[in-house]
Unconditional design. Structure first.
Length: 287
């Protein structure tokens, strides 16, 4: 109802605003206005939610980036730490290798340098340490032709002394055969000369003052008794005399030996030729 006493027309359009007592206008509440207000409120909420969601996404993105960066930094840190540990292990291994190896030490100016991998991985037991190659000495031949060790040793002295003098093989056979006949290849002292027994000997004979392998007599000018008791000296004396015999290499063995020895039994030397040849061949193989 209006102030003038008339009733309001329900079909009349409603005014969006009304005059307040204090002169201000107020929006009338209608279904349409409430709908518009609700729509505005809903739109505002959605915008707030979108903004909030966007902010959350941005924060998560920044956190992810920070985490990735931190992860990269951690990986880099671990890589650096692993590299340092590997380097320390390599240096320690190199130190053990150098301790164990015989390699020459580095100069003082470069002593702090890191050893090369080739120097640290080498096995000092197989690459740094030198091994000596020992050449086996030729073994002495066993006794042949029925000789014992002492006889064979004396025959070796005769053969090797003759080779040192440059005597041909034929002269070596003649010398061994002569010693077989004279002393049976033993270094014999003389019972007549007590002096001779003061030197190493392998028996005592009684044929005048004859001594040694070739039974040479000091009284006949072959040399001092002590020297004649030395098998090498006695051999040199015999071979030097043999070389003075003209044509000795073409003679029969017994004739060449008799030309030096002047024995009462000149033919006895010949019986030893085959044995003497076997002995010389055993000591100095032919060829």
């Amino acid at each position: 109802m209006r102030d003038d006493g008339t009733l309001d027309d329900p079909n009349a359009p409603s005014s969006p605003t009304a005059e307040m007592e204090d002169g201000t206008s107020a929006e009338r509440t209608t279904p349409a206005s409430r709908l518009r207000a609700y729509a505005r409120d809903l739109t505002g909420r959605r915008r707030a939610q979108v903004a909030l969601a966007t902010g959350v996404v941005c924060c998560l993105g920044l956190a992810a980036v920070a985490q990735v960066r931190d992860g990269d930094a951690g990986v880099a840190t671990r890589d650096v730490a692993s590299s340092e540990l590997a380097q320390r292990a390599e240096q320690q291994s190199a130190s053990r290798g150098l301790d164990r190896s015989a390699a020459p030490t580095a100069p003082a100016a470069t002593s702090s340098a890191t050893p090369s991998p080739s120097a640290t991985t080498a096995d000092p037991d197989t690459t740094a340490r030198a091994r000596k190659v020992v050449t086996a000495k030729p073994t002495d031949p066993a006794p042949v032709a029925g000789l014992d060790k002492e006889q064979m040793d004396n025959a070796k002295v005769i053969v090797r002394t003759g080779r040192d003098m440059g005597i041909p093989r034929r002269g070596l056979v003649i010398a061994v055969a002569t010693a077989m006949q004279e002393s049976n290849l033993y270094n014999v002292a003389s019972g007549v000369l007590p002096e001779s027994r003061n030197y190493p000997h392998q028996g005592v004979g009684w044929d005048h003052d004859s001594v040694g392998l070739f039974q040479q007599r000091s009284s006949s000018g072959w040399g001092p008794v002590g020297r004649l008791m030395d098998p090498a000296f006695a051999t040199r004396q015999f071979l030097a005399a043999l070389q003075q015999v003209p044509g000795w290499q073409q003679m029969r063995l017994t004739d060449a030996a008799q030309a030096v020895q002047i024995s009462a039994y000149p033919e006895h030397y010949q019986q030893h030729e085959w044995r003497a040849t076997r002995v010389v061949d055993a000591i100095v193989p032919a060829g």
